[in-house]
Design a binder for this molecule. Structure first.
Ligand SMILES: [Mn+2]
Length: 416
């Protein structure tokens, strides 16, 4: 027997512990995050949630008389219900006019492109897949004590117009779109798409600044050879990114690399350019905190900002079947989420989430994992107070002209 029958009460509530000399095998409840988070929620604002519900009644009309909750509209608008509505990412406002993205702290930008794929295609449906399953999330995270709707602003700018059969034209379109979002001051959050988009995404940011950019790259694959199958495929983004004048290769940190899908020619380039590779085994030995600390030290060494590239296949393929090049032995989801959050906590100048291929997915599990990485990164930026840190480095903003048009699309009834 470890304790007397009187001690076998289940309560760990602090009020029940006062005046007892009971042996404590566990910390009292107040030491746990579970308790602290419950208390912390009371301090979060709720104004924007109230506002969204009033907006929903204005947009979607008041509900039927029989419905007791008078915040429920007739037409579904905003967050609820999670199974209904037109899905932007996290049901964020759709910035149909992309000149408005500068009004938001962060912008989701879909990049439906799988022309750089060398094995399984399908990532052109990645943005749609992520948006669809992102609808199940609320903007609140219990442990972080963060409510994205209350503490930041987010929009979804829809997708880049990519050209399915042409890598280089697509790259030009992608860089142009990313440079527009970055120049506006909004944090660009790209959802791919295969990993070939890494190069044009970084190029889009790099051309808007004279400052230097480091990269933290989560992947099982090194993705740093010059060409694959004679083109700049999804195995090549870091070769070309680190040739950009303000993206030093020594600030590229590649975390999770390993297994049987790392081409030797990529390893040669990584060695020549002195990039930094941390394997799964390294992470297991050092632990998550130390790994994140080391990655941050190397990525931030002498640069002004850091870009995050997250390949969903860095997570063990048992958790993410819907991806282009599945490889066993990757991160556990908890490890990946913790690492991405810790890297984001120092501030990022943009991120991409790539290689989610819905046609190979099961129960949306891979798309859900990708969504989770993005919301955890946003939550971490909010919690650390580093959302928007990148804006001070935009010293060469681009201005992309829009076409001329008066009036409204599909406006007015057809004459009969
Ligand atoms: Mn990969």
């Amino acid at each position: 027997m470890f304790c007397t029958p009187a001690d076998r009460r289940r309560s760990h509530h602090p009020a029940d512990l006062i005046g007892t000399d009971r042996r404590a095998h566990h910390p009292d409840l107040t030491k746990l995050q579970g308790w602290k988070s419950m208390k912390a929620e009371a301090d979060l604002p709720e104004g924007r949630w109230d506002e969204e519900r009033r907006w929903a009644l204005r947009m979607g009309l008041t509900g039927a008389d029989s419905i007791e909750d008078k915040s429920i509209p007739t037409f579904a608008r905003g967050e609820l219900p999670h199974f209904a509505g037109i899905n932007t990412f996290l049901k964020a406002p759709y910035a149909e006019d992309v000149t408005e993205v500068g009004d938001y702290d962060a912008t989701i930008l879909g990049i439906p492109f799988d022309g750089g794929t060398t094995y399984r295609p399908g990532t052109r449906f990645g943005p749609q897949g992520l948006r669809k399953i992102s609808a199940l999330y609320t903007p609140y995270n219990y442990e972080l004590g963060v409510d994205l709707r209350e503490q930041m602003t987010l929009c979804d700018a829809g997708d880049v117009f990519t050209i399915p059969a042409n890598l280089e034209k697509s790259f030009d379109q992608i860089s142009r779109a990313v440079s527009h979002v970055f120049s506006s001051g909004s944090l660009p959050v790209m959802i791919g798409g295969d990993h070939s988009i890494g190069f044009p995404c970084v190029r889009g940011i790099a051309e808007c600044t004279s400052k230097k950019i480091g990269i933290v790259h989560f992947d099982r694959h090194a993705d740093i050879q010059e060409k694959d199958l004679d083109e700049r495929m999804h195995t090549t983004p870091w070769f070309h990114s680190t040739l950009l004048p303000n993206v030093p290769a020594k600030n590229l940190v590649q975390v999770g690399i390993g297994g049987w899908q790392v081409p030797r020619e990529a390893v040669k380039v990584a060695r020549d350019r002195e990039t930094n590779i941390i394997t799964m085994g390294d992470m297991e030995k050092m632990g998550i905190d130390k790994t994140a600390e080391m990655a941050l030290e190397m990525a931030w060494d002498g640069v002004d900002m850091v870009y995050m590239s997250f390949d969903i296949d860095s997570i063990d393929c048992g958790f993410v079947p819907g991806t282009g090049w599945p490889e066993p032995g990757g991160f556990l989801p908890r490890e990946a989420l913790a690492l991405a959050s810790k890297v984001a906590a120092e501030g990022i100048c943009g991120m991409e989430l790539v290689e989610v291929s819905p046609p190979y997915d099961t129960s949306d599990i891979t798309a859900l994992m990708g969504t989770r990485v993005i919301v955890d990164v946003l939550g971490s930026l909010v919690a650390s107070g580093n959302m928007g840190k990148h804006t001070r480095h935009i010293d060469k903003p681009v201005a992309i002209p829009h076409g001329e048009f008066e009036g409204k699309r599909w406006h007015g009834r057809t004459k009969r």
